[in-house]
Design a protein around this ligand. Structure first.
Ligand SMILES: *[C@@H]1O[C@H](CO)[C@@H](O)[C@H](O)[C@H]1NC(C)=O
Ligand SMILES: *[C@@H]1O[C@H](CO)[C@@H](O)[C@H](O)[C@H]1NC(C)=O
Ligand SMILES: *[C@@H]1O[C@H](CO)[C@@H](O)[C@H](O)[C@H]1NC(C)=O
Ligand SMILES: *[C@@H]1O[C@H](CO)[C@@H](O)[C@H](O)[C@H]1NC(C)=O
Ligand SMILES: *[C@@H]1O[C@H](CO)[C@@H](O)[C@H](O)[C@H]1NC(C)=O
Ligand SMILES: *[C@@H]1O[C@H](CO)[C@@H](O)[C@H](O)[C@H]1NC(C)=O
Ligand SMILES: *[C@@H]1O[C@H](CO)[C@@H](O)[C@H](O)[C@H]1NC(C)=O
Ligand SMILES: *[C@@H]1O[C@H](CO)[C@@H](O)[C@H](O)[C@H]1NC(C)=O
Ligand SMILES: *[C@@H]1O[C@H](CO)[C@@H](O)[C@H](O)[C@H]1NC(C)=O
Length: 602
């Protein structure tokens, strides 16, 4: 059923079209398969809505396969079909419509409207052969009188200073149904009057002397009459100025230059760059390539060598600067002996230039890298050391550069310990704090309950002892808040002395966590100005713990040498108050005093 309809339609169409090929033979055999070439590869044909469209059967773009003249001798007929979205099948086009017109290998649509858009198929067939190909027609709206963004139908390079005649594309190849037609020209959608260097001559526009301002888009509109209607089509040419066509056009190799040295590093991937100035030549492909010992990369077929296509670096009126890279992976000592040449060729000549290579020693970069690495590592180490051992560093610093307060004052005690008189704190102060400060660090310690003589006024004695001490160490506890206690009296004495410019400093020790709220008013006020050292139970017990180091930092500096001096400067009237045990203690520590700084982690 189908082939029959097909054949009938074909017959009908070719008769209507006035096609001369004879199709009077017996019906076309159904077994002739039509070879489908798909859709034109150059893309679709664009036409403005309301203008004339003409479709060229793309089969004839391959003149070695098909030429229109030859079809007559092979009794081949050319048929046009349409593939619409509404119809699954290809419909033979209706040439009765006055807008459609077939002329040799062209199909005219005069004029085209939006409905005409779609896929057109041209088919060439005789009894034994059938081929077909599609071509897409796009109908676009012309927003403005002149379309600035139009895709040019032709790119035309024109040498500066030379003359050029612009002919509207397709005007001469088409046989217009009416020989009377007119052509109008417009440049850049702005200039349509041409004077001086440019002039309209018949259908053409002549440029007598090409200049930069004459470049860009030229649009031509061809109008003619048919059946009493005015029809038109629009074409555009993009004019590109190029350098005048004289002088040597031999490629010039800029790199490798004769005095250029390429430094390479053995064992690394090296990229050798070749830059060539390619003068403008019409429609010619010019070549740049690398050779290694007069062999191209392709000839060598060694995966160590690769050379991507040349890259356009700059474009100047048709002259091009192109770069081609040769990558050599794992550059070897043998490669140094090879001859790396970059060559360039066009129809005017050939040039080659050798890349002179020099190996850069690998070791210095390694050493430099190492040096940098070592420096970084050292910096990192010092950073870590500082953050981990800053307490030790401070103590060490103080032991070297600090000054001994006992030289400049005449106080009797280094430390006065103030504490709440309850069992836990008392135990800590008497058995731990006092012991370490006196026997391990060699401080002279004043503890009121131990060192005061019975009989005196408590208040006076307290003030006197505090005044005779360089530091007041307050063991903070909830009980020290209780009004009227000895601890509060000591604290008040210390704070008063400190706030009034006395040479006493108050140091807080937090024996057990105490809520800030339960602190006495005096303590809370002074807290910000005071250092708080926290006792962390068992962890703080060893002499190397943070607690003792922090505390030591707050206490007066101790040198091995100053103890003798210190004992001699004790005031006579106070000495009699000092119990024997205490003096003995101090004496003992003088002998077995360990230098705390030398035992630090550093
Ligand atoms: C086809 O024939 C026409 C005359 O019929 C002739 O002018 C034209 O040059 C021929 N084309 C080819 C490609 O042979
Ligand atoms: C077609 O055939 C005629 C004679 O039969 C011959 O003169 C002509 O050259 C042929 N044309 C082509 C294009 O082969
Ligand atoms: C059909 O066309 C082909 C190709 O041109 C040709 O070789 C063949 O002879 C033609 N067949 C007939 C029956 O004319
Ligand atoms: C003209 O040149 C432009 C840009 O180089 C390109 O996109 C376009 O395809 C060319 N047109 C023709 C017809 O060669
Ligand atoms: C050709 O154009 C002229 C005017 O430009 C018109 O008078 C004439 O009728 C046209 N001929 C045809 C066949 O349309
Ligand atoms: C090759 O180019 C150099 C400049 O790079 C030029 O001096 C030399 O004449 C050129 N050789 C040939 C054969 O063109
Ligand atoms: C390089 O090889 C080509 C053939 O591939 C040869 O014609 C040319 O003389 C050689 N050049 C040198 C300098 O050996
Ligand atoms: C060549 O080397 C360059 C840089 O060294 C790199 O970007 C490029 O990808 C390499 N090309 C090939 C083909 O290896
Ligand atoms: C490589 O270039 C130099 C000029 O730099 C040339 O003398 C030599 O013949 C070239 N070698 C090859 C193999 O082309």
């Amino acid at each position: 059923m189908m082939p029959l309809v097909f054949t009938l339609l074909c017959l009908c169409v070719s008769k209507r079209g006035g096609f001369s090929a004879s199709v009077t033979q017996a019906p076309v055999q159904s077994d002739v398969q039509c070879h489908d070439w798909g859709v034109r590869s150059e893309g679709s044909v664009r036409v403005y809505d309301g203008e004339v469209a003409y479709l060229y059967c793309p089969l004839f773009s391959y003149p070695t396969l098909y030429s229109y003249n030859q079809t007559q001798n092979s009794s081949l007929s050319l048929l046009w079909y349409r593939h619409t979205h509404t119809h699954e099948l290809e419909q033979p086009i209706n040439l009765k419509l006055h807008t459609l017109h077939k002329d040799r290998e062209y199909l005219w649509i005069q004029p085209a409207s939006a409905q005409d858009a779609g896929l057109y198929i041209c088919m060439l067939r005789n009894i034994s052969l059938c081929v077909k190909i599609g071509v897409e027609l796009k109908v676009v709206q012309k927003d403005e009188e002149c379309d600035r963004t139009a895709q040019p139908h032709l790119n035309l390079t024109v040498p500066l200073q030379s003359d050029q005649t612009l002919t509207c594309p397709d005007l001469n190849t088409l046989t217009l149904p009416n020989s009377t037609h007119s052509v109008s020209w417009i440049h850049l959608c702005r200039f349509n009057r041409f004077r001086g260097d440019r002039e309209l001559k018949g259908d053409n526009l002549v440029i007598y002397r090409m200049m930069e301002p004459y470049s860009g888009l030229y649009t031509c509109v061809v109008s003619y009459q048919m059946n009493g209607r005015t029809l038109q089509f629009t074409r555009s040419i993009y004019v590109i100025p190029v350098v005048p066509d004289f002088g040597s056009k031999v490629p010039i190799i800029l790199n490798p230059a004769s005095d250029q040295i390429y430094t390479v590093t053995l064992g690394k991937t090296e990229s050798l760059s070749c830059r060539v100035h390619l003068p403008h030549l019409y429609g010619e492909k010019q070549h740049i390539w690398w050779t290694i010992d007069n062999k191209t990369v392709e000839q060598l077929a060694d995966p160590r060598y690769s050379s991507p296509e040349a890259r356009l670096v700059s474009y100047d009126y048709g002259d091009e600067l192109r770069e081609r890279i040769l990558n050599v992976t794992d550059f070897s000592a043998d490669d140094l002996q090879r001859e790396f040449n970059c060559s360039a060729r066009n129809s005017r000549g050939f040039n080659t230039s050798r890349a002179v290579l020099k190996a850069e020693p690998y070791v210095p970069t390694l050493a430099l890298g190492c040096g940098l690495g070592v420096t970084l590592a050292l910096m990192l180490m010092m950073f870590v050391i500082y953050h981990v051992f800053w307490l030790e560093l401070l103590l060490l610093y103080r032991s070297w550069f600090g000054s001994d307060e006992s030289y400049t004052d005449d106080k009797q005690y280094d430390v006065y310990i103030s504490y709440a008189r309850n069992s836990e704190e008392e135990e800590f102060v008497l058995s731990t704090l006092r012991r370490v400060l006196e026997t391990e660090f060699g401080y002279s310690v004043c503890i009121f309950d131990r060192d005061s003589l019975p009989g005196g006024t408590i208040t006076d004695d307290t003030l006197r002892f505090v005044g005779q001490s360089r530091r007041l160490v307050v063991v903070v506890s909830p009980c020290s808040a209780v009004r009227g206690t000895q601890a509060l009296l000591e604290l008040q004495a210390g704070l008063t002395s400190m706030l009034h410019g006395g040479s006493l400093r108050v140091v807080l020790i937090q024996f057990k966590p105490v809520r800030r709220k339960s602190w006495v008013k005096e303590l809370r006020r002074a807290r910000l100005a005071l250092t708080l050292v926290r006792w962390k139970g068992e962890k703080s017990a060893p002499l190397s713990s943070r607690f003792w180091k922090e505390l030591q930092l707050e206490l007066p500096m101790r040198r091995n040498t100053h103890h003798t001096h210190h004992t001699h400067t004790q005031l006579p009237d106070i000495t009699q108050h000092t119990p024997d045990t205490h003096t003995k203690n101090t004496r003992q520590t003088e002998e077995k005093l360990i230098d705390p700084y030398s035992t630090s982690a550093l």
